[in-house]
Ligand binder design. Structure first.
Ligand SMILES: *Cc1c(COP(=O)(O)O)cnc(C)c1O
Length: 453
């Protein structure tokens, strides 16, 4: 089955690429919706068989049964969680990456891809103001990006403590309630302790509260502080400058989680709000969230990559040939060994469009978010919970309870009209728009708000 058959293989490849081309030409894309396992079994029939279905039938099953049971995260009215709205160029190039059998874990095997990924990482490092030596790797998502950064932080802190003759092995991470669930998850994986710092009056992590928490607990017990540059639920950016100052003063690693909000660095109108990010020891942003790359893609950057390499390089006789070369091996900067060149779709789209188009596209989503906030303010039956910082708006429908939100949300999805789910704040069920798709328009926002009247 590995040989290229000029008849059958070429027909298969043509039909698969034609499917991809058709999907990329859809405008708008269908929202689609979930199906039960029983419904899917019934409609698809058994698909894994001894003799195989053949390409035509297998592709039909995907196109007719499976694909419609997957939500299109790039639908303009998909406003839940954080959507993913790749450019067509980025999505199309993912097909090329898949076709090219590139191993992007080492320079020896994937130098061309790694070079392009590194240039893309450099663009992000420059947006953040990180020094020329900064570097890192594209990993699959913010969860692994945060974990990898924290592993590097802990390794560094423990090395420093032991070479200073201390018997303390730092085990704590300081953050706030607003931090993403993946920080708790990373701490669980690492058997580290998460210490919550009280938020300031703007719901941010501030240097003042951080200093107090760290001094109360003993600064040498902490190996990292995690600030968020755009919380997932509200889009709040912590007070990065004052947090950075305390990290420097107390000698602890400063990690900035910009998985969602880091993309705002590309938007001149809000760039000033990220002041302090340039002091990060590590920083992440998920291009599959607000930088228009397809799943899955997280840019992980270190101020001093050598510290990450010391923590992450896997050592074995079969890897010596890679480890003994003075090369840049992406795999040395994160948890994991084998890796797809998952930065290439973003690289291609950036190379095609140029960075100005990215700034414009992020600004466009902010414009629609501003409209949504104003519209919510104007309509008497809805109310924002707090002033918007980035492109997320959390609001309540006056008089609604949890089940009203649930029924409304289910109905919008069943009608394939929109995907907007409830969320909770301090025990109250509310809802939320996350606007990262430049194709989401003012009309989409108005149409959804009309359904709540
Ligand atoms: C989404 C998100 C993450 C997790 O990223 P994944 O790519 O889903 O693993 C981490 N932090 C923040 C702030 C996020 O918004």
């Amino acid at each position: 089955m590995h040989r290229y058959d000029p008849d059958t293989t070429s027909a298969t490849v043509d039909s698969v690429l034609a499917y991809a081309a058709e999907r990329l030409a859809l405008d708008p894309v269908p929202l689609d919706g979930p199906a039960s396992a029983a419904e899917l079994t019934e409609a698809a029939g058994p698909t894994i068989t001894a003799a195989g279905l053949g390409a035509a039938r297998a592709l039909d099953v995907f196109a007719d049964v499976l694909a419609p049971a997957c939500l299109s995260t790039d639908h303009p009215r998909y406003l839940s969680f954080i959507p993913c709205a790749p450019t067509r160029e980025a999505a199309a190039f993912d097909v090329v990456v898949g076709a090219s059998s590139i191993y992007a874990g080492s320079w020896l095997e994937g130098s061309g891809a790694v070079h392009a990924e590194n240039e893309t990482l450099r663009w992000i490092a420059d947006l953040a103001g990180l020094p020329a030596e900064a570097g890192g790797v594209f990993v699959n998502g913010g969860t692994i990006g945060n974990l990898s950064a924290l592993v590097a932080a802990r390794h560094t802190a423990r090395e420093r403590a032991s070479s200073a003759g201390s018997s303390v092995r730092p085990w704590r991470v300081a953050t706030t309630y607003g931090a993403h669930s993946s920080i708790q998850s990373a701490c669980d994986v690492m058997d580290a302790e998460l210490v919550q710092v009280e938020m300031d009056e703007h719901w941010r992590l501030s240097g003042e509260n951080l200093r107090k928490t760290m001094l109360d607990n003993g600064p040498d017990t902490f190996f990292a502080v995690v600030a968020t540059s755009g919380t997932t639920n509200f889009g709040i950016i912590d007070d990065l400058t004052s947090v950075a100052e305390v990290c420097r003063e107390l000698g602890v690693w400063f990690h900035v989680d910009g998985a969602y909000g880091g993309a705002g660095l590309a938007a001149p109108s809000i760039r000033h709000r990220y002041a302090g990010v340039e002091q990060a020891d590590s920083f992440i942003v998920d291009p599959h969230k607000w930088l228009f790359a397809p799943f899955d893609c997280c840019a992980l950057l270190y101020r001093d990559p050598a510290l990450a390499r010391a923590a992450h390089t896997q050592k074995a006789s079969y890897l010596d040939v890679l480890n003994e070369a003075p090369d840049w091996n992406p795999t040395d900067y994160s948890v994991g060994l084998t890796r797809r060149a998952r930065g290439l779709p973003l690289w291609f789209s950036l190379a095609v469009h140029g960075t100005q188009a990215y700034a414009d596209a992020v600004e466009r989503t902010l414009e629609v978010a501003r409209f949504a906030e104003a519209e919510i303010g104007r309509r008497p039956y809805v109310e924002a919970l707090r002033e918007r910082d980035l492109s997320v708006i959390v609001f309540r429908r006056l008089g609604w309870e949890a089940r009203d939100y649930g029924a409304w949300s289910d109905r919008l999805l069943a009608e394939e009209f929109a995907f907007v789910v409830p969320t909770a704040h301090e025990g109250e069920t509310v809802t939320r728009f996350a606007i990262v798709n430049p194709l989401t328009s003012e009309d989409d926002i108005s149409a959804i708000l009309d359904t709540m009247a």
